[in-house]
Design a protein around this ligand. Structure first.
Ligand SMILES: [Zn+2]
Length: 82
């Protein structure tokens, strides 16, 4: 599998599944918020199930494949998980 295919596979994972796999508990239905896996601030992190994206208010945002990078703040880690 080449890098593009791995990225497409990763992007196909629902963002809520990846959040649940990491044991992050969020409140809400479409817009769900809770503790941030990157900075640890409570109620600063949110995902939107329709848009399949996340945001940490004022710090970072992205889609499901950006979460590993955001959670450790390390580009090398992102490459290793794809
Ligand atoms: Zn944060």
């Amino acid at each position: 599998m080449n890098a593009d295919a791995r990225i497409e596979n990763a992007r196909a994972i629902p963002i809520e599944s990846e959040i649940a796999r990491r044991g992050i508990k969020l409140k809400g239905t479409v817009d769900r918020c809770g503790p941030c896996p990157r900075c640890g601030e409570r109620d600063r992190f949110a995902i939107n199930l329709r848009k399949q994206c996340f945001i940490c208010r004022g710090a970072s945002a992205g889609d499901v494949i950006d979460i590993p990078e955001a959670s450790v703040g390390n580009l090398a880690f992102r490459g290793a998980t794809l």
